[in-house]
Design a binder for this molecule. Structure first.
Ligand code: SF4
Ligand code: SF4
Length: 344
């Protein structure tokens, strides 16, 4: 399987995705916010700096909202990372650095950046796809490296059975993910008293909304411990966003209209209050600033005069209105969804 970009697919163009999302006449997300007094949506802080280290990935998952894969070459340069470090050093308010991709570890400057961000005293999260640890000898010591810097590891494991995980992420991914989780456990991840956090991410394998987080977490914990001796801290449940490869899947499988309708009907004002764009800023691989990772992939930059790390201005960013569109229903449906799991 290739990325949409390599296929020359229409949805490798973000405008084409936005046109589709706005074509069906469904109630506008901004109107929903208006009705509950939240329009324009404003930030509550910039607590989390979520950096996209690049779109390169060793996997090509079906639902990927980044359209990542081995054929993507975009990666964050040393110079852009230095701009991030400068901002982080000047702003103690930003306490968390959340590293995402693609596979962030494939960026040759990944370890250098982590070491520098650690010396600034930031809490670092890595969104590790697990299989990268086994993909090449040079990544085999990642668990030790993560542990040394007390990095919090967040890893997607679409299901605790091989069939459902491989269907979404590719053949053999489940087996490699299990091995990687065991390697993380061996250095202390997920174990009481180590302070080394290992959180897993569940997202549905089809055009449905996820069930309650608590129940799934206990199913995962029981199954992974009984079958593979694996322990972890928390399970984050994330709703699939109707963008990029998942949007393509929804349309080609004939599920698009139903799925959007479900998301719109499940709009939850409580979840809207806690959407992650209110306290997170997303940084593109090329240094541009976005309200969230989803807006980044749709190329919707922040509505502020500060649109790039080179013009970073905390005060103006705090005054901006967050840019919303129809994909935002993915964050506010049911119990809500963010990079940290359910919102309410
Ligand atoms: S591992 Fe993550 S970034 Fe890579 S293709 Fe899968 S969903 Fe996308
Ligand atoms: S998609 Fe982004 S901008 Fe829209 S509600 Fe979710 S986090 Fe906020």
């Amino acid at each position: 399987m290739k990325s949409l970009l390599a296929q020359g697919h229409l949805f490798s163009n973000s405008n084409a995705q936005l046109e589709k999302l706005n074509a069906d006449g469904g109630e506008k997300f901004a109107h929903k916010l208006q009705a509950i007094g939240l329009n324009p949506l404003k930030p509550t802080g910039i607590d989390i700096f979520q950096m996209n280290m690049g779109k390169m990935c060793n996997q090509v998952c079906k639902h990927c909202h980044v359209d990542a894969g081995p054929d993507r070459k975009e990666i964050m340069t040393h110079e852009t990372m230095q701009l991030c470090l400068d901002v982080l050093a000047q702003h103690p308010e930003i306490q968390v650095v959340d590293l995402t991709g693609g596979a962030p570890e494939m960026n040759p400057e990944f370890r250098w950046f982590v070491e520098e961000a650690s010396t600034l005293g930031k809490h670092i999260i890595v969104r590790c796809n697990l299989t990268i640890i086994l993909a090449n000898k040079k990544y085999h010591d990642l668990p030790e490296f993560f542990a040394k810097h007390k990095i919090e590891v967040v890893s997607s494991l679409p299901h605790y059975t091989a069939g459902r995980t491989d269907r979404q992420r590719g053949d053999g991914v489940f087996e490699k993910s299990i091995k990687a989780l065991q390697m993380l456990n061996e250095v202390g991840y997920g174990k009481e008293g180590t302070g080394l956090k290992l959180n897993l991410v569940y997202n549905p394998t089809g055009a449905m909304m996820p069930g309650p987080q608590g129940e799934l977490e206990s199913d995962y914990k029981k199954a992974l411990l009984a079958n593979f001796g694996i322990v972890f801290n928390s399970l984050y449940v994330i709703t699939n966003m109707p963008i990029s490869r998942f949007l393509d899947y929804l349309i080609s499988s004939g599920n698009y209209d139903d799925y959007m309708q479900k998301l719109i009907e499940a709009f939850n004002p409580g979840a809207a209050l806690g959407v992650m764009c209110r306290n997170t800023l997303s940084i593109g691989w090329d240094g541009y600033l976005y309200d969230c990772d989803f807006n980044q992939m749709l190329d919707i930059k922040v509505a502020s005069k500060s649109q790039h790390l080179k013009d970073f201005d905390f005060a103006s960013l705090m005054k901006r209105a967050i840019v919303v569109d129809q994909h935002c229903y993915g964050c506010t449906a049911g119990l809500g969804s963010s990079c940290g799991g359910q919102v309410v």
